[in-house]
Write a protein that binds this ligand. Structure first.
Ligand SMILES: C[S@@+](CC[C@H](N)C(=O)[O-])C[C@H]1O[C@@H](n2cnc3c(N)ncnc32)[C@H](O)[C@@H]1O
Length: 265
């Protein structure tokens, strides 16, 4: 089992560690439209739809896009972390949904009826799942015919300039999310289950001006979060050199994409 599919109970007990990475993305991404609103605009949601958000995390997505969402959505927030479900439900109950339900659930064995949702959303979570085909089959099962599955993930080249610095931890010079469930895999597995898939890449790049924010984000998960002092010092040194080369700025390409599949009627 790779480090990205194990140890998630500790990683996602609450939203603290995720927040360090979200901060890096939020503060330094340059894009005409931010990630969450960009995704929301491409979701074919209609008033009154029943929506499952699996691997919902703290539901920052909904807090960010709710003002533009269709009216009367019935939202089910599911995650294998009970801490995340509690935070997500608390956040979304304060928003104008028709109903909000929380479920502690594993994506590969959803405790939900067949055909019970018009849309299933799985954002940046399938790279944590060891049996991705099983999870996609479950998402298809709970969708009603004609319903849409929306999946987001990173490409293997995402933030390459930053991941190259993590080789001091013995990590490959690539985004572990993109390695575990990158663009090619998402496309192939979704096509295998649904027979169709459309792909959209968020046009964005990063311009980071504060070295410490790179350090905090990349030491928020394995193996950086358990590195010893000599490795951490080498990591700080590698970050400092990268900022020097860029004249005080670290620029990084982003590969973050959305895949949509429609269940046959
Ligand atoms: C990177 S966070 C993404 C959170 C949110 N979807 C977003 O995009 O902001 C990944 C989430 O997936 C959850 N997760 C990981 N493996 C899971 C599984 N097998 N079943 C359900 N949730 C899982 C984690 O607990 C975590 O909350």
């Amino acid at each position: 089992m790779s480090s990205i599919t194990s140890g998630n109970a500790q990683q996602y007990a609450d939203s603290g560690k995720l927040a360090a990475r979200a901060r890096l993305n939020r503060q330094y991404t340059i894009a005409e439209t931010g990630w969450f609103p960009w995704v929301a605009r491409r979701l074919p949601l209609k008033p009154g739809d029943r929506v499952l958000d699996i691997g919902c995390g703290p539901a920052w997505f909904w807090a960010s896009v709710m003002k533009d969402a269709p009216e009367g959505l019935h939202l089910t927030l599911a995650d294998q972390s009970s801490g995340m479900v509690a935070e997500a439900v608390e956040r979304c109950r304060a928003l104008p949904f028709a109903s909000v339900t929380g479920r502690e659930a594993d994506a590969t064995a959803l405790p939900l009826d067949d055909g019970s949702f018009e849309a299933v959303i799985a954002m940046h979570m399938l790279y944590h799942v060891a049996d991705q085909p099983a999870a996609l089959a479950e998402m298809s099962r709970v969708l009603k015919p004609g319903g849409t599955l929306a999946v987001t993930t990173n490409g293997a080249g995402n933030m390459r300039e930053i991941y190259q610095l993590t080789t001091v931890f013995g990590s490959p010079p690539a985004d572990p999310a993109g390695e575990a469930f990158g663009y090619d895999k998402a496309e192939a597995l979704m096509r295998a289950v649904f027979g169709n898939v459309a792909f959209f890449q968020h046009p964005a790049m990063m311009k980071i001006t504060e070295p410490e924010d790179v350090f905090l984000a990349l030491t928020s998960y394995p193996p950086g979060d358990r590195a010893g002092e000599p490795e951490l010092a080498a990591f700080r040194e590698a970050i400092a050199r990268a900022f020097e080369r860029g004249g005080g700025v670290l620029e990084a390409a982003k590969e973050t994409g959305l895949f949509l599949s429609r269940k046959e009627t």
